[in-house]
Design a protein around this ligand. Structure first.
Ligand code: GBH
Length: 465
């Protein structure tokens, strides 16, 4: 059992993304993004105007790091070519504010808000978008590179490609497996080109952020060591390659998983994967960002048709499990984070990691005397214990960035989903710290958890029921 303290210099922070908090979508020369047309963001958190107050909140919380994203269409309204200096000015003001508050900025270059102009030219399924992305990375680094030392290229390319181009539930709402695979490859290529551009421009640390939903059977949710039938093992491996291997292997080993290539080929052909691309994609990564929310629970089910989110998933059934869930209905399985970090450490032993997102939406109890979100406190606490277990085993996890600082715009789900440790009243834009923010401040201050036991049933107690 771990003592509950984290390594020296462990980085505590919070994460957000541009489209989810900034608002001001038509201000100071920003061009439209694919999300403007897809969901009406209104003012979001009006962070574009309220960033000094938001930075003050971070300072009050005592966090060392803030991961935000840069809006591509704010910097390049047409996606390429003309630079909108007013857009860069905003990020410069934000970064300066952070630095003077003692908060280290971590910049993500792409958190899903593709300039609409590039979508009009074919979007990520077109190779040219990858080249434009590298140019954009250069432009942003040129302005901020003297002050921002940690850069993430992409956030969750799987989500952007497969929910955006494959299943059509995210912008730009296209529904084609071929487009999704082509988009994924071009995002990887864009990552590689941008990473090498950042590196040659002198960036200190370059990383990428992937979404991880450890794939397990219902039996493994309660007993991670459970042996699988051949059929279930195959179902797990196929989904794992699609969601994780498709990105991890090219980025970290310069290759695609063999079996996945067959799926890609039958959906999209392989003409878009050119000689030399994988070498470009496999840039050394200083930091792999790990976003973890929930596992994917599957088992083999002969005859089951493919899920549109997961091309080639015929014969795989996505299951619900009798664990506690968040308001989104996502199963709460902290132990899956330990399993995930153990696996990454085993397969990519030299790779430094950072938890770049973890958190949950719950229905908070809003009262005059405070905002009570005991479920969120329990969620984060249990995940931090799961992280400690992995750290004790030697996982190279350098920090934990909680999603999210603010209640914000949850993409296609709108404003009803609350992931913040700070409550936002969208009518007045008033911010109020939730109990979880006060609790997180103590964790950060102590660099560790108290002695309190988690309040929610753990994996073990679920198994025992
Ligand atoms: C993150 O994505 C985002 O980076 C962030 O912007 C967002 O606000 C946050 O999480 C909270 O959602 O088969 O369609 O049900 C999380 C992405 C969520 C990806 C769940 C896959 C299930 C796929 N993941 N999801 S689906």
């Amino acid at each position: 059992m771990s003592r509950g303290t984290f390594p020296d210099r462990f980085v505590w922070g919070v994460s957000t993304s541009a489209y989810q908090i900034e608002g001001a979508n038509a201000e100071d020369g920003r061009g439209p993004s694919i999300w403007d047309a897809f969901s009406d963001s209104q003012a979001a958190c009006d962070h574009y105007h309220r960033y000094p107050g938001d930075v003050r909140l971070m300072k009050d919380l005592g966090v060392a790091a803030y991961r935000f994203s840069v809006s591509w269409p704010r910097v390049l309204p047409e996606g390429s070519g003309r630079v909108n200096t007013a857009g860069l000015d905003f990020y410069e003001r934000l970064v300066d504010e952070l630095l003077s508050a003692g908060v280290t900025p971590y910049a993500t270059l792409y958190h899903w808000d593709l300039p609409q102009a590039l979508e009009d030219r074919g979007g990520w399924p077109e190779r040219d978008t990858a080249l434009c992305f590298a140019d954009y990375a250069r432009v942003v680094h040129e302005r901020l590179g003297d002050r921002v030392h940690t850069w993430f290229t992409l956030n969750e390319p799987w989500v952007a490609a497969f929910l955006g181009y494959g299943a059509g539930v995210h912008a730009p709402g296209r529904k084609s497996a071929a487009d999704a695979f082509r988009a994924a490859h071009h995002m990887l290529l864009g990552h590689g080109l941008a990473a090498s551009a950042l590196r040659s421009a002198g960036a200190a640390r370059v990383g990428a952020v992937l979404n991880f939903a450890p794939v397990m059977t219902p039996g493994q949710v309660t007993d991670p060591a459970r042996e699988l039938s051949e059929e279930d093992a195959d179902a797990v491996a196929r989904i794992d390659e699609l969601v994780h291997g498709q990105f991890l292997e090219p980025m970290l080993r310069g290759r695609y998983p063999e079996r996945l290539l067959n799926v890609v080929e039958s959906a999209a052909g392989l003409g878009h994967v050119r000689d030399g691309d994988l070498a470009v994609i496999a840039q050394p990564l200083d930091l792999l960002g790990v976003n973890y929310y929930a596992p994917s629970v599957v088992r083999a089910q002969p005859g089951e048709p493919a899920d549109p989110v997961y091309p080639g998933s015929d014969g795989v059934l996505f299951c619900t499990v009798p664990t506690a869930v968040t308001a989104m209905g996502w199963p709460i399985v902290p132990g899956a984070l330990t399993v995930l970090l153990r696996r990454l450490s085993r397969e990519y032993p030299d790779q430094e990691l950072m938890i770049t997102e973890n958190g949950a939406d719950f229905v908070d109890t809003v009262t005059a005397d405070g905002i009570h979100d005991v479920d969120r406190v329990s969620f984060v606490e249990e995940h931090l214990r799961a992280l400690l277990a992995a750290l004790d085993e030697g996982a190279k996890v350098r920090g934990y960035l909680l999603w999210s600082l603010l209640d914000c715009l949850e993409w296609a789900d709108g404003y009803q989903r609350k992931f913040g440790i700070v409550h936002v009243d969208f009518a007045t834009q008033r911010r109020r710290l939730k109990d979880s923010a006060l609790w997180y401040r103590d964790v950060v201050r102590r660099n560790g958890l108290g002695d309190g036991r988690p309040k929610r049933p753990t994996l073990e107690t679920v198994a025992a029921r």
